[in-house]
Write a protein that binds this ligand. Structure first.
Ligand code: CO
Length: 296
């Protein structure tokens, strides 16, 4: 049997038509994965391994090895959890797909990382518009073994619960931080810029583009600047932000954001591709190939 995700409905939002799933935690139906599902995992895993050699952050590669993830079969959440619980106290939970914001934040605040249990179909190998098992597992899970990053993710969840209670603008500002760090972050390591963002490591094209293309900006991490910056959901990013260390990330985000949200409320957002005089610029993008509209 090939189990299917249970979509409840589609909802129109400012980000287009978004699937709505049950918010329940589900047992990973591992025995229902087909040979095709395992083959999809294998193909994606092997392809990204090759591309990420010399491109992904050191910790990403090391931790992936510690988990014992291999191309041979879709990993079992239970087995990954044995490693993860012992290392950082995090645990993976199976879900049907994207969760409502507050549910998602609450899981993170309690060191539970939701992983979509189903994997994309072969025709979606190169592009899928919503997170699937490959993105969630391959992309997000390795860094949960890093103690500092693990704490950052929990703090983000708690911060999300708080921002949710402030106002929608606070949530927009916080979401941009997640986008430009957890999903699309770069880190400066001894041997050059490396990828740690999950949205990049799970994408063949963007793994190369974000580091090697002259088109996008690569700019030093700056909390308020990031919170004001719009982003792309249907093209590669126009700007990537670079951290020096995970400590920098957690230190910069430790202060109470409440006064920061209040301060930012009066400031206009920054288009995704803009460079500002105060930016630390590693690469000023040429802008080649950029869409002229569509920043969210
Ligand atoms: Co993600």
């Amino acid at each position: 049997m090939n189990a299917q995700p249970r979509r409840v409905e589609h909802r129109q939002t400012d980000k287009g038509s978004v699937p709505v799933y049950t918010t329940a935690v589900v047992e990973q139906p591992w025995s229902t994965y087909t040979r095709e599902d395992h083959a999809t995992w294998a193909q994606l895993f092997e392809r990204q391994q090759t591309i990420l050699d010399g491109r992904a952050a050191r910790e990403f590669v090391e931790n992936q090895r510690k988990f014992g993830m291999t191309p041979h079969a879709i990993p079992k959440f239970d087995e990954l959890n044995r490693v993860l619980r012992r290392a950082t106290g995090w645990e993976l939970i199976g879900v049907e797909g994207l969760l409502p914001e507050l549910t998602f934040f609450d899981h993170l605040a309690n060191r539970r990382f939701p992983v979509t249990w189903w994997i994309r179909k072969p025709e979606q190998i190169d592009y899928i518009s919503e997170p699937d098992l490959f993105h969630d597992l391959f992309g997000h899970v390795p860094l949960l073994l890093n103690p500092v990053f693990a704490d950052y993710m929990q703090a983000y969840g708690a911060g999300g619960v708080k921002a949710h209670g402030i106002n929608p603008e606070a949530l927009v500002h916080l979401t941009r931080l997640y986008w430009y760090t957890v999903e699309f972050g770069l880190i400066r390591q001894d041997d050059g810029l490396r990828i740690y963002g999950s949205g990049i490591v799970s994408s063949k094209g963007e793994s190369i583009y974000c580091l090697e293309s002259h088109a996008p900006n690569r700019i030093g991490f700056d909390l308020k600047r990031i919170m004001r910056t719009r982003y792309r959901i249907d093209t590669y990013q126009k700007t990537y932000f670079v951290i020096d260390s995970y400590e920098q990330l957690i230190d910069a985000t430790r202060p109470d954001f409440t006064p920061i949200y209040a301060e930012l409320a009066n400031q206009p957002s920054i288009p995704a591709g803009n460079v500002r005089p105060t930016d630390t610029v590693f690469n000023r993008g040429t802008g080649e190939g950029w869409a002229t509209d569509g920043d969210v």
